[in-house]
Design a protein around this ligand. Structure first.
Ligand SMILES: [Fe+2]
Length: 355
C-alpha cells in the first residue's frame, strides 16, 4: 500500500533539501527510500522546471495540492473555544460554615454517631447551627397509645430524656461558642404540648401553666442559652409554612413527608431550597425552577438509634449523618450531607487532604 504523505512532511522534505541535506539523509529521517523522497521533491518542483510528465498530469497534481491547502486553511480558520468571561469564585471574608443537626432523639441518641459529629465540630467551628427537631424523644408521652405490655418507649423517663438533650446541647455549644443556634420543634417535642392539651382541655390557664413548666423550650433552657426556638404551630421569618425558617437562600423545617420519594416531595412542596429531618434517611433531590434557578432538598439522616423497638420487625432505611453548608455572604451555599458510617465521619481527614 502506497505511503500517504502529509503536507507537513512534504514541507519538511523540501525545507531539508533546500538547506543542503542529501536525499539519503532525508530518506533516513522519514524512514523512506531515496526514490520516494525524490518523488516527493519532484511533485513540488518549481514551475517551469523540466518535467517528464504531461501538463495535464501536472495540473491534476497541483489541483489536488490546492484542495489539500484549502482544507488546511479552513481548519486553521475555525474559531477556537475561548475562556472569555470566566471568573472563578473567590473566598470572601463573609463566607462561613453552617451545621445542621438532625434528629438526635434525647435518650435514643446513637452515642458513637453523635460523638463523630462532636469531633467534626471541633474542627469546623461553624458560625451557625440548625437543630432540625426531634432532639427530645418524649416516648413516654405516647404511652396512652401503647398496648398493655408494650414498654419499648417507656424504658426511660421524661427527666432522663431532658437531661440527655441538655447534655447534647451543652456538648455542641461548648464546641461552637460563637455560633448562632436555631432549634426547630419536631413532631416528638410537640408530644409534650399535645399531652398537656389533652389533659387540660377544660382549662386553658392550666394548659398554659403546664406548658410553662414542661414545654421543651423551658426544660432545655433555650432562652438562657440564647438559642432561637421555633414552635411547630407558629409562623416564623415571614415564611408561609409554620415551623419553618429561612436562612439566606435555604429553608429549614423538621418535615412531614415520608416514604421513598420524600426529598422529591419536599422539593415540589417548597419550590425552593429546603433542608428537613424527620425521615431519618439521608436523601437529596435536585431541580430547577424558572424563578429560583437550581434548587435542592436535602435530608442529612439522623443521629439516633437506627432500628428502634417501636419499628418492630420493620427494617428501616435510616442513616447516620449531619448537614454541612458552606455559606456565601449573599446567602448562596453549597450543601453536603456528611455520612457517619459505623460511628466514623471521614469529613475532616479527607477534606484536609485538599490542603
Ligand atoms: Fe425523628
Amino acid at each position: 500500500m502506497a505511503r500517504k504523505w502529509t503536507i507537513d512532511e512534504d514541507d519538511a522534505i523540501l525545507s531539508m533539501r533546500e538547506s543542503g541535506k542529501s536525499i539519503d539523509q532525508i530518506a533516513k529521517k522519514f524512514n523512506a527510500t531515496a526514490t520516494q523522497i525524490r518523488h516527493r521533491i519532484y511533485l513540488h518542483r518549481p514551475e517551469g522546471e523540466p518535467s517528464e510528465q504531461t501538463d495535464s498530469v501536472r495540473i491534476k497534481q497541483l489541483e489536488k495540492r490546492v484542495v489539500q491547502l484549502q482544507k488546511a486553511l479552513e481548519i486553521a480558520r475555525r474559531p477556537k473555544p475561548e475562556m472569555k468571561g470566566v471568573s472563578l469564585a473567590k473566598r470572601s471574608k463573609g463566607d462561613y460554615l453552617r451545621v445542621i443537626i438532625p434528629d438526635t432523639h434525647g435518650c435514643k441518641v446513637n452515642v458513637p454517631a453523635f460523638s463523630a459529629l462532636l469531633a467534626d465540630l471541633e474542627v469546623l467551628k461553624p458560625k451557625e447551627v440548625v437543630w432540625l427537631g426531634d432532639h427530645l424523644d418524649c416516648g413516654g408521652f405516647l404511652a396512652q397509645h401503647h398496648t398493655i405490655g408494650y414498654v419499648s418507649e417507656t424504658d426511660y423517663t421524661f427527666e432522663d430524656d431532658v437531661a440527655a438533650c441538655n447534655t447534647h446541647l451543652d456538648a455542641v455549644m461548648e464546641r461552637c461558642p460563637k455560633a448562632v443556634h436555631h432549634y426547630l420543634e419536631g413532631n416528638h417535642e410537640v408530644r409534650v404540648e399535645r399531652w398537656i392539651t389533652t389533659q387540660t382541655l377544660a382549662n386553658k390557664a392550666d394548659s398554659n401553666y403546664l406548658r410553662k413548666m414542661f414545654g421543651p423550650e423551658l426544660v432545655l433552657n433555650l432562652a438562657k442559652r440564647g438559642v432561637h426556638w421555633y414552635a411547630r404551630g407558629k409562623f416564623h421569618m415571614g415564611v408561609t409554612v409554620p415551623g419553618t425558617i429561612k436562612l439566606g437562600k435555604c429553608h429549614f423545617t423538621h418535615g412531614s413527608r415520608t416514604g421513598a420519594h420524600a426529598a422529591s416531595a419536599m422539593l415540589r412542596d417548597f419550590g425552593g431550597n429546603i433542608v428537613y429531618g424527620h425521615t431519618h434517611t439521608m436523601d437529596s433531590a435536585h431541580s430547577r425552577s424558572v424563578h429560583h434557578g437550581s434548587i435542592g432538598a436535602w435530608c442529612p439522616g439522623a443521629l439516633c438509634e437506627l432500628q428502634p423497638m417501636y419499628m418492630h420487625t420493620q427494617v428501616t432505611r435510616w442513616n447516620h449523618g449531619y448537614g454541612l453548608q458552606f455559606v456565601r455572604e449573599d446567602g448562596g451555599f453549597l450543601h453536603v450531607n456528611v455520612p457517619i458510617i459505623e460511628g466514623v465521619s471521614y469529613l475532616v481527614p479527607l477534606t484536609s487532604a485538599i490542603g
